[in-house]
Design a protein around this ligand. Sequence first.
Ligand code: NAD
Ligand code: UGA
Length: 375
Amino acid sequence: MRVLSLGCSGFIGSHLTKRLLAEGHSVNGVDIYNDKIEEFLSHDNLNFIKCDIRNPGFNIDEIISDTDIVVDLIAYANPGLYIKMPLEVFRLNFSENLKIAEACVRQNKRLIQFSTCEVYGKTVVSILKDELRNPEDPKYALFSEDKNDFILGPLGKHRWIYACAKQLLERVLHAYGIEHGFNYTIIRPFNFIGPKIDYLLKETDGIPRVFSFFMDSLLSGKPMQLVDGGRHRRCYTYIDDAIECIYRIIINPEGVCNQQVFNIGTPENEVTIRQLAELMREIYSDKFSDKTTPLSDFIEVPSSEFYGEGYEDSDRRIPDITKARTLLGWEPQWKLRPMLETTMHYYINDYIEHYRKQTTHAHFHNIVQKALEIT
Ligand code: NAD
Ligand code: UGA
């Protein structure tokens, strides 16, 4: 198959590129960066196009014409950015992605669109807590693709511009499906973790996802910051499990994925963010710490301080994966501890070795030094 992968060098994109090449497909990959797919750049079946899709010179119709299927992974996907630059998040995650979708409609190309579990928003518990007999019941946080309503916060909570942009894109794809028979599949990932997720912190830029913040704290001995006490919950999925499901969706046996929405997640791996911090610290202490560097403490930080005004959090979200199980025979395998150990090992060993050559930034250098002292 000829696959056009937009955002091919991101966290998910880099692992998908590896899988597609391993399965013998040819990949036309577009991304601004290529550091996460460096090892594949000389691969015969990879044609990497280093480009920003917002560039006027980027001709989406030309690139799509030479492909069998389009996978769109391009988006800003870090909550700090939804607060810091909501308009840019809307422009990229909706307006630019809509251009890709409409080019697929024009050329009748199947589109795999990456959306997010954030479209489900908050649980009813976050609104009706005191009126519910058992608010802890997981049924209130179990989200199914075709049944659940979406509960987002008020305008002043512009964290939700990300979820809203993705939701509107989903609704437009659905409309193209019923009015033009457009063939798409929407994927709603639930918090994937694994090697190559985001990056370790550099003070100059970047507000990564929680794993990178906690990993940076552990490497530097700084406190792990628990936003609003770390009471909110997430279900984490290991990237290899996710890629297996994504690949089955691309192969699309008997067209079962046509005009379908799929949750990809691991309901069994639910933790509070405080429990995630405790487990990462325990693993770090057992497996990686040099026993001399003090282990990170925990400090509680209000979200308004950590992210700024306009932040509101998704309190809990458990993926209903019945559809992926029944239509694709997919079952996630990885439990939380082994996935954290493997991902932390990558950041302790491979990531640092890979980036030591590239980065001269003092702060990062200190972290590298400290980490190298440990290994
Ligand atoms: P990522 O940030 O690692 O990857 C996105 C890639 O898109 C990056 O390589 C980036 O360089 C590229 N990109 C961004 N703007 C671009 C532009 N203008 N032109 C060209 N390339 C551009 O994110 P990810 O975690 O791999 O997520 C991929 C997709 O999945 C996103 O749509 C995200 O919203 C969605 N998603 C991911 C998760 C998850 O757990 N990782 C969860 C929910 C949704
Ligand atoms: C993520 C991002 O929006 C997207 O990547 C994606 O669409 C989706 O959710 C997903 O990954 O499935 P979120 O889960 O809130 O959003 O991402 P994180 O930034 O990793 O935050 C997770 C939790 O950790 C939040 O409750 C946050 O407040 C908390 N947090 C974050 C801390 O307690 N400490 C930190 O240092 C950072």
